[in-house]
Design a protein around this ligand. Structure first.
Ligand code: ZN
Length: 329
């Protein structure tokens, strides 16, 4: 049986928002009947690694979503407290979400009380439907509902085009608990501090800090080995990285793409160097009177050997940075 998502509860930094109510109702009406619970019980568990006590992560493929990888291209995971479990991102399809749920059930019978989405991108959210029958709070940035609403149609169209029936049943489940600023989630003797950021990778980035283990789940604010993808603001991202780098107590960080264990803060510094140079080179091109096409054709080409998926995303990054910077005073 399909459970309609509960409508939005807002627990943010002393601010009430009414975002998402209409959409919540619209999505409820659109949901097909399904048997998520029984199918979830049969799913093969997703491979996960316990990277800190009670904190498990799955390593996605370094690729774009294809039928072959089943849309499994992002790092996703879960955290187990004394009382309940929090999921951090759910993967690129309903099937991957079910496999993640099976992985959770392989290590704990505790209830799943939170499903956190770090941002709007399809590889992080389309497994949400696998958890509807657990009745968790779905948690995301206060800007996530609007971002999902404006992108969900195209995301689903592309997902279906690229994955075919592998994408069956995948759909957007919007957040029921919104974060603006910071919010602590208590899993029982274990607090996760969620935090939203200035527009960077997207305008709805959210990080998760596991206080007990000093683990900072940066999701797509940190790319390791794979080219960072700008779907927000290059300048905002550089600012956010400076703040993140100065955070106290961080013992390890988890990137949204790339290896689960990465040198800290060296991995952040490498990403920051790429973004800083991109902004510098695009500014120089604009000042020299180069067109966007000329900038796209020339900037950053010697970075090619340093990043996977460079050919897929570099031109897009230059285009995004040019559009952002060309009207600078
Ligand atoms: Zn992303």
């Amino acid at each position: 049986m399909s459970i309609p998502p509960r409508c939005v509860t807002v627990l943010s930094s002393k601010r009430l928002l009414a975002v998402g109510l209409l959409w919540c109702a619209a999505l409820s009406a659109a949901q097909p009947a399904s048997s998520i619970g029984s199918s979830a019980a049969r799913a093969q568990p997703l491979s996960v690694t316990e990277i800190a006590p009670g904190l498990f992560a799955h390593r996605g493929h370094d690729d774009v979503a294809t039928r072959q990888n089943g849309g499994d291209i992002a790092n996703i995971g879960f955290v187990i407290g004394a009382r309940c479990v929090a999921v951090i991102d759910t993967g690129g399809t309903l099937a991957e979400g079910r496999a993640l749920r099976a992985a959770i059930r392989a290590v704990t019978p505790l209830p799943i009380c939170y499903v956190i989405n770090t941002h709007m991108h399809p590889d992080h959210i389309f497994g949400n439907a696998a958890f509807v029958d657990d009745h968790p709070q779905f948690v995301g940035s206060a800007k996530l509902p609007e971002a999902e609403l404006s992108h969900s149609e195209s995301y689903l169209r592309v997902l279906t085009r690229e994955l075919g029936d592998v994408a069956a049943g995948s759909r957007v489940i919007p957040p029921t608990l919104l974060v603006h600023g910071t919010l602590d989630l208590d899993l029982g003797s274990r607090v996760l501090t969620l935090r939203t950021w200035k527009t960077a990778h997207t305008n709805n980035d959210l990080t998760v800090y596991d206080v007990n283990t000093g683990t900072l789940w940066l999701a797509d604010l940190l790319f390791a080995g794979c080219l960072p993808v700008i779907d927000g603001s290059v300048l905002g991202w550089i600012d956010d990285l400076a703040t993140i780098r100065a955070l106290p107590g961080v013992r390890r960080a988890v990137p949204g793409h790339g290896p689960l264990r990465v040198p800290w803060p060296r991995t952040l510094d490498k990403e920051n160097a790429y973004l800083t140079r991109l902004a510098h080179d695009v500014r120089a091109a604009i000042r020299a009177g180069k067109t966007m096409q000329q900038a796209v054709d020339t900037i950053g080409l010697d970075e090619r050997s340093r990043w996977r998926l460079f050919d897929v995303y570099q031109r897009r990054n230059v285009t995004a940075a040019y559009a952002e910077l060309e009207w600078e005073p």
